[in-house]
Structures are given as structure tokens and as C-alpha cells.
Ligand binder design. Structure first.
Ligand code: PHE
Ligand code: ZN
Length: 879
């Protein structure tokens, strides 16, 4: 094929068992920042009885080979063959001892995969295929063995030497050097290996498990961050307790380490007993971290901890099965957050995220099922589809089987597969067998990509007092898949009367009415459900709790939406109704704008938002969510051809219209929430801050906002309020915005995480001046193109969260961004590929923009030695 993608693809169907077992891997590291020597020793045992010899195939990348010996014989280059990332030793005897020595260069490793330098310490990142950058090894998740790791290093430069498992021994050496040996008793795949060496400080606590195991908990950070670990530690302890209570799962070692680094490609990594975290998901102090940061830390700490069972004890057979551990673990962390904070608020945020990030992916050039069938670069498949849609599939098991049935399935899954590397089919079989149900059809969710659509129509028969819902499902073809099947779609509904009361539900074939929410299960292309004894035409409350990753189409009138917003018992439905009404109104204004007509504020939207704002019963965080208008990208997804400027103008117009109509109420609510009480970390206080700052953002659309933002900034004792105020002042072009920004800079200049926020609030500002600002900021001493957090905060935010900036009609945003992708590709292909995906939706724009984006994609594709990571993204986009 001409783009070369097919030639480089790896297919799920090509899986073969690794022919060898490996007894134990003994690793020895002579640690240095410039270069580190790695010696490995392992004993291979041939599986099965048939053969006397077999080739040994190993993976390696960027390794400087020093020596290789098999069964005591030094091998010369004619005794083995290296091709690409594989090394083959032909015809090794049934039992073979392999010893290798290589050299690696951590300080020069800007890809942040393998062994690399961050600040003053060394660390590793091995998922998915980073272990091969450390030593020659069968670097695939189904090869599991125990690891014994010995490190030696200069004591003053590297006082802390960590690896997985328990510390077995340590000692001093001559010349101020020392050594430490770790042994991990659990066999593990290479992607869970970790090592950390350097000068780190620590915070310690402990947790006694249900069965009485006393676990030492340590968080390692750079000295100056010692006062920011409390929340992470508390979250870890909560996660350990929660997993015992909800999933009956206990921790299995005496030690649990977390290390925070500023240089990390992703959020965090679940290495056995030695988690490595992006510092963004560890460090928090009220003055330096927002409520969203606190919640993110709780979620990610939980996520990595939960991986110990779902990922580490039971791992993936190969990388196609990634969602086996990720979908399940995201489901677990969502449930953890829901149990810790507000279940309803968490649900809404999860849905917003799924629709905002995963739906476009399913509809774009990188569409893939949650269990892909092929890939070029596995790093490109750590996606919203594998993670967030994967979690929704797990949630559907839970919805269909109930908590007790789901837990029965989990129990059987661990009974069968503890210590193994397995597949999604194994998970499904455990759920099915434990519950005595057939889930074969349900299994289609693993193999089918795309977002199903469910079209709902209804009919009320007044004479017969019957109400019939007709559900039709259909999945549009996707970039990767031409034919689609019907799926199993759980679909919870309720019915409201005109007063907003919930009606008791009785289906035609049932003897009694029971409950006011009914779970329907749509399996065929079309199904009808008739409810009886319905005295008046009801308002359907569709898809309660958002029970499947699908798009629902039903032609709601504004009156019906108003009833749902005001009265529905399901928080998701209330929120969604408000979003829908706002979306309808904004898109309508966008059309008027395009046709040169004057825009108008809709009176039912005003009434609905007035109702939301006057609600003193509901959780303020839910009201805040309801008042946040659908973002520009989400609105863009709803249009045939994206009208970048029209969407921006219409959304702004509606926000202003709402604000000026509701100004008195907004000011009142703001004043009542802005009570001057000192900061607290409670979810109640977070909820009040959320609503307060949403009110402020509306007030800033009127003349009543600026003075309040200034006062809030002066009085603030926490980053949530500070950032909301400054961000607001920037967005409204307040004359004091620049001063506020430079004061912020002066205060936080040395603080890398807070400076990320400072970059972001500037990069996100709509309009033409921002690109130049971003260019200037790239020269700021706190910026570094080598640091992924900085790249995401400045360049990523501009390309992905600033539509009017990125999509400037003259193409300047595109050219700038393509330059960054090319620049990054030479440094860090994973991050470059993430950035390149900003062009993925190019075909949805108007012709001039399409042309401009395509030209940039072609320019990137033509770069010499382009990484597989970026090449897969841009070639898919161009196809
Ligand atoms: N496995 C990590 C997680 O989901 C994510 C990750 C993938 C981190 C690849 C680093 C590299 O928790
Ligand atoms: Zn994960």
C-alpha cells in the first residue's frame, strides 16, 4: 500500500505464544546520568516436550551492546542476528542461560521512554514497549517472570535507589558508592518494571489491610514539594480502603511507593509497588492547585492503585487487549470518585468527557474498536476509546448484571486468571459464567467501532391509555470498518407527567406497575415498548444515568426539556436537557449569524436557566454543570460543516444574553456563595466554589463582573478562585489583566506546575492576538519544548482548546502547529503524535480551511525519518 501503513501494521490475529518460560530475571545497573551499564541474566526453559532447540527472540531499541553470552559462551556477531528491534539467537538448547551487557544514555533520552533523566534523578517508563530501551528481553506482556534488581551508584548523587518489590539487601562500596538490591516476589511483564535513582525526599504513612498486613506508604518528591503530598497520601489510603470494601481486594506487598516527576508523557504508571506519577497528579496545596487538580489527583492515585489487581495481578495477553486493564480500571476509578465525592456530578463529568473526546475519535480517521485489530504504533492507542469508552462497556456489564452479579463475575475472573496474561474474551466469559448468562452478543462492543445512534419516537394512545416508545439503533460506518451490527444497548427510561411527577411504570406484559425507572435492553435494530395505564401524554425521560456510549435522538420540544430540567429525578437527564436546550438555541443563532440575520436570546432558555439559578435545594456543583454551556468543539461536532467563527459568536451572544437578563440573580447567588470563609477541601466547599465561579464567568459578560473578579483575586486564599478570577479578566480584556498576569508570574515563576496554568490561561484566549502571544511564551524561561506538561499547557491548549485561534482563516495557526509537531517529532515522538492529532477533524471544515490543514498534514508526512507514531496519525488523517 502506498502510505506504508499496512506494511508496518501489527495484527491481533497474528498472536503466537512465546515459546520460552523465563525463571527469573536478574538485573544489575551501574547507574550514571550520562551512561548506565545494564547487565541481565536469565534462564530460558523451552515450553512443551517436542523440540530440542528453539530460536530465542528478544527485543531491544537504542541499546549499545557490550556483550552477549549463552550458556557460558561469549557470542560473536555471527552467532545472532539483529533486525530492527529484534535479536535472534538461533537454535538455543532447551535450557539456556543468557547473559547480556548493554550501555544506555539516560541524559540524552528525550523521548521519556526507557531510562531517562528528570531534574536530578533517573527513572524508567516501560509501558508499552520501553523495557526494550533498557535491556534485551522478550518485551511483551505475556512473558512474565520475577525480577531481582541490583543497583550501584554514587551515594551523594543517588542516595535513593528504588525498584519493584521488597528491599532485600544494601551496602556501601569504595569511593563513596553504595548498592541496593530489590526483589519482587510477583512474576510480572516487563512493562511493569521500574527503577528510580536520585536525591529525593519522602513522606511516609502506613495502612493496615483488612487481614492485618502493615503496609508502608511512601511518596517520593523533590525536597521543595514535601508540603504538597498530603492529599495524594490521603487519596491513596482512601483507595486502599475502598478497594477492600467495594471489590474485596487487598494490597499484596509490605511496601507501596509513589514517585513524582515533572517529566512524564502520560498521567501516571502502575509499576508494581513503585508507581511513577506525573507530578501534576501528586502535588497539591490549596494556594497552588485547583479543585479540579485535587479531584484529578484522587482519581489518578486511585486508578494506579486499582491496577494492582486489574492490570498487574491479571494482565493483558498482548497490547490489543489494553482495554482489559484500562477500561476496567477507569471504571473502578470512576466508581471510587463517585463514592468519595458526588456520584451525580462525577457521572456528568464522565459523560461530558466521553462525548467531547471519544465521540470525535470514533467519527474520525483514527476510529478503532475498544479492542483494536491492528496498529502501527501501540502508543497511539492509549486513547479515549480504549480508556473511556472501554470503561463504559464495563459499566454496561454492571448495569445489566447489577452490583452483586458484577462482583460475582469479578470474583470468578480473579479465581481463574490470577497471575496470568489474558484477553477481553476471558473477562467476558467470567462475567457470563458467574451469572449463568449468555453475553455473546454483548461481546460485539469489543470488536465494533463507531458511536451507535438510537433514534427514539413515541406514540400516545389516549383512548387506550397506552404510551409506546420505539427505539431504532444504527451505527454509521467508520473510517476503519464498513459493516456494522446491532449491539446490546441498556436503555433506562422514566416518564413524567406535565406537573413533573414520575409515573409508575407497567409494560404491557407485566401484571403490576413497579418503580419509576425501567431498564430496557435494546438488542435488535428496532424494538417497541408499550407502557399501560398512562393517563396523559408523558414527557419521556430518556437514557437515565447515561447507560451506554451512544447518541440519542428524540425530537424534544423546549417545553418538554423545561419539564425535565425542572423536575427529573435523574441528574444526568436534568443536565443533558439543559445542554440540549442550550445547544439548540446556540446552533440556531449560529445559522442566523451565517445568514446575516440578527441573533436572539430564547425565552425558554432564559426561564430554564433562571430556574436552575434559583434552585436552592440541588447540589450547587450540579447547578454549575448545568449552567456551563456546551463548549465550542462540542457544538462544532453537531454541525455538518463547522462554522468556527459563527459558533464562537453565537455562544458568546447567548452567554451574554443570559448574563444580562439574569444579572441580578447571578449577583445575588455570587454574593451568597462568596462568603469569605477560609478555604476547605470538602466536596461541599468545592461545589460552592464551582457554582460561584460559574456565576462569576457569566457576570463577567456584563459590567458587573470586573470589580467582583478583582476583589475575588485580592481576597483569594486558593488557586481555584485565583485562576477563575484571572482567567475571567483575561477573557474580557480587562485593563488590569496584564498586571494580574505578571503578578502571578512573579509569585510562581519557580513553580513549574503553577506556571503550566499561567501558560494555559494565555493560550486559551480566543482571537487573533493569541498566536503571537504563544510564540513569545515559547521563549519564556519557564517554557521548555522538552517538557510534555509545558507542551500540553501551551501548544496543546492552543491547538485543541482555542478553536478561533487555531483555525484562524489565514492558516497561521496550522502552520505554527505543524512546525511544532515536526520539531517535537525529533525529541519525543509520543507527544508529537498527540499534538499531530489536532488536525484529525480537518475534513469537517470549510474548503479553504480544509486545504490549509491538508497542506500541513502533507508537509508533516513528507519529513525525512518521521517517527512511526506521527506517521500513523497523519497518514490516517490523509487517507
Ligand atoms: N498505564 C498507565 C495508566 O493508565 C498509562 C500509561 C501508558 C503511562 C503508557 C505511561 C505510558 O495508568
Ligand atoms: Zn491505567
Amino acid at each position: 500500500m502506498k502510505d506504508g501503513l499496512s506494511a508496518n501494521s501489527i495484527y491481533r490475529k497474528d498472536y503466537t505464544v512465546y515459546p520460552w518460560d523465563i525463571d527469573q530475571l536478574d538485573l544489575y545497573f551501574d547507574i550514571g546520568s550520562e551512561s548506565t551499564v545494564v547487565r541481565a541474566e536469565m534462564e530460558f526453559h523451552l515450553k512443551g516436550e517436542e523440540k530440542e532447540t528453539q530460536d530465542i527472540v528478544l527485543n531491544g531499541s537504542n541499546l549499545q551492546l557490550v556483550s552477549l553470552s549463552l550458556n557460558g559462551h561469549l557470542l560473536s556477531s555471527s552467532d545472532y542476528a539483529i533486525s530492527g528491534e529484534t535479536l535472534t539467537i538461533p537454535h538455543a538448547p532447551r535450557k539456556s542461560v543468557l547473559k547480556t551487557e548493554v550501555k544506555v544514555y539516560p541524559a540524552g533520552n528525550s523521548a521519556l521512554e526507557g531510562l531517562y533523566l528528570s531534574g536530578a534523578f533517573l527513572l524508567t517508563q516501560c509501558e508499552a514497549q520501553g523495557f526494550r530501551k533498557i535491556t534485551w528481553f522478550p518485551d511483551r506482556p505475556d512473558v512474565m517472570t520475577t525480577y531481582r534488581v541490583t543497583m550501584e551508584a554514587d551515594r551523594s548523587e543517588f542516595p535513593v535507589l528504588l525498584s519493584n518489590g521488597n528491599q532485600e539487601a544494601a551496602g556501601d562500596l569504595a569511593d563513596g558508592r553504595h548498592w541496593v538490591r530489590w526483589q519482587d516476589p510477583f512474576p510480572k511483564p516487563s512493562y511493569l518494571f521500574a527503577l528510580v535513582a536520585g536525591d529525593l525526599a519522602l513522606v511516609e504513612d502506613n495502612f493496615v489491610t483488612r487481614s492485618g498486613r502493615d503496609v508502608v506508604l511512601r511518596i517520593y518528591v523533590e525536597e521543595e514539594n514535601l508540603d504538597r503530598c498530603e492529599h495524594a497520601m490521603e487519596s491513596l489510603i482512601n483507595a486502599m480502603r475502598w478497594d477492600e470494601e467495594r471489590f474485596n481486594l487487598e494490597y499484596d506487598l509490605d511496601i507501596y511507593h509513589i514517585v513524582a516527576t515533572n517529566d512524564f508523557n502520560m498521567g501516571a504508571m502502575e509499576n508494581k509497588s513503585l508507581n511513577i506519577f506525573n507530578s501534576k497528579y501528586v502535588l497539591a496545596r490549596p494556594d497552588a492547585a485547583t479543585d479540579a487538580d485535587y479531584q484529578g489527583i484522587e482519581g489518578v492515585i486511585g486508578h494506579e492503585y486499582f491496577h494492582n489487581w486489574t492490570g498487574n495481578r491479571v494482565t493483558c495477553r498482548d497490547w490489543f487487549e489494553l482495554t482489559l486493564k484500562e477500561g476496567l480500571t477507569v471504571f473502578r476509578d470512576e466508581e471510587f470518585s463517585a463514592d468519595m465525592q458526588s456520584r451525580a456530578v462525577k457521572r456528568i463529568r464522565v459523560v461530558r468527557d466521553l462525548r467531547g473526546r471519544q465521540f470525535p475519535e470514533d467519527d474520525g480517521p483514527m476510529s478503532h474498536p475498544i479492542r483494536p485489530d491492528r496498529y502501527v504504533e501501540i502508543n497511539n492507542f492509549y486513547t479515549a476509546t480504549v480508556y473511556q469508552k472501554g470503561a463504559t462497556i464495563i459499566r454496561m456489564y454492571h448495569t445489566l448484571l447489577g452490583e452483586a452479579g458484577f462482583q460475582k463475575g469479578m470474583k470468578l475472573y480473579f479465581e481463574r486468571h490470577d497471575g496470568q496474561a489474558v484477553t477481553c474474551d476471558d473477562f467476558l466469559a467470567a462475567m457470563a459464567d458467574a451469572n449463568g448468562v449468555d453475553l455473546e452478543r454483548f461481546g460485539r462492543w469489543y470488536s465494533q467501532s463507531g458511536t451507535p445512534q438510537v433514534h427514539v419516537s413515541d406514540h400516545y394512545d389516549a383512548a387506550a391509555q397506552k404510551y409506546t416508545l420505539t427505539l431504532k439503533q444504527h451505527t454509521p460506518v467508520t473510517h476503519d470498518q464498513q459493516t456494522k451490527q446491532s449491539l446490546v444497548i441498556p436503555f433506562a427510561v422514566g416518564l413524567l407527567n406535565a406537573k413533573g411527577e414520575e409515573l409508575p411504570l407497567q409494560l404491557e406484559n407485566e401484571t403490576d406497575a413497579s418503580g419509576s425507572t425501567r431498564l430496557l435492553v435494546l438488542e435488535k435494530a428496532q424494538q417497541e415498548y408499550t407502557f399501560i395505564n398512562i393517563a396523559e401524554a408523558p414527557v419521556p425521560s430518556l437514557f437515565r444515568d447515561y447507560s451506554a456510549p451512544v447518541k440519542i435522538f428524540y425530537d424534544y420540544s423546549h417545553a418538554q426539556l423545561a419539564t425535565l430540567i425542572a423536575y427529573d429525578s435523574d441528574a444526568y437527564v436534568r443536565w443533558d436537557a439543559a445542554q440540549r436546550m442550550a445547544q439548540d438555541v446556540i446552533l440556531e443563532q449560529c445559522r442566523r449569524h451565517a445568514n446575516g440575520k440578527e441573533m436572539k436570546v430564547d425565552s425558554s432558555l432564559l426561564r430554564a436557566f433562571r430556574g436552575i439559578l434559583s434552585d436552592h435545594q440541588a447540589d450547587p456543583a450540579l447547578l454549575a454543570e448545568a449552567m456551563i454551556l456546551p463548549d465550542e468543539d462540542y457544538l462544532a461536532e453537531q454541525m455538518e460543516v463547522v462554522d468556527v467563527d459563527g459558533i464562537h459568536a453565537a455562544r458568546k451572544f447567548i452567554k451574554q444574553g443570559l448574563a444580562s437578563d439574569l444579572v441580578a440573580l447571578l449577583a445575588e447567588r455570587y454574593a451568597e456563595l462568596n462568603d469569605g470563609q477560609p478555604y476547605q477541601k470538602t466536596s461541599g466547599d468545592m461545589a460552592r466554589r464551582a457554582l460561584k465561579n460559574v456565576c462569576l464567568s457569566y457576570l463577567l459578560e456584563t459590567s458587573a463582573g470586573e470589580s467582583r473578579a478583582i476583589a475575588q483575586l485580592e481576597a483569594s486564599d486558593n488557586m481555584t478562585d485565583t485562576l477563575a478570577a484571572i482567567n475571567g479578566l483575561i477573557l474580557v480584556d480587562s485593563p488590569i489583566a496584564d498586571g494580574a498576569l505578571s503578578e502571578f508570574e512573579t509569585r510562581w515563576r519557580e513553580d513549574t506546575l503553577v506556571m503550566d496554568k499561567w501558560f494555559t490561561i494565555q493560550a486559551i484566549k480566543p482571537g487573533p492576538g493569541t498566536l503571537n502571544r504563544v510564540r513569545e511564551l515559547m521563549q519564556h524561561p519557564a517554557f521548555s519544548i522538552q517538557n510534555p506538561n509545558k507542551v500540553r499547557a501551551l501548544i496543546g491548549v492552543f491547538a485543541m482548546l482555542n478553536p478561533t485561534g487555531f483555525h484562524a482563516a489565514d492558516g497561521s495557526g496550522y502552520t505554527f502547529h505543524a512546525d511544532r509537531v515536526i520539531e517535537l517529532d525529533g525529541l519525543n515522538p509520543q507527544i508529537a503524535a498527540r499534538m499531530a492529532s489536532a488536525f484529525n477533524r480537518w475534513k469537517r471544515y470549510d474548503d479553504p480551511r480544509k486545504k490549509l490543514m491538508k497542506a500541513q498534514l502533507q508537509r508533516i508526512a513528507a519529513v525525512d525519518n518521521l517517527s512511526g507514531d506521527v506517521s500513523e496519525i497523519v497518514n490516517n488523517a490523509l487517507r
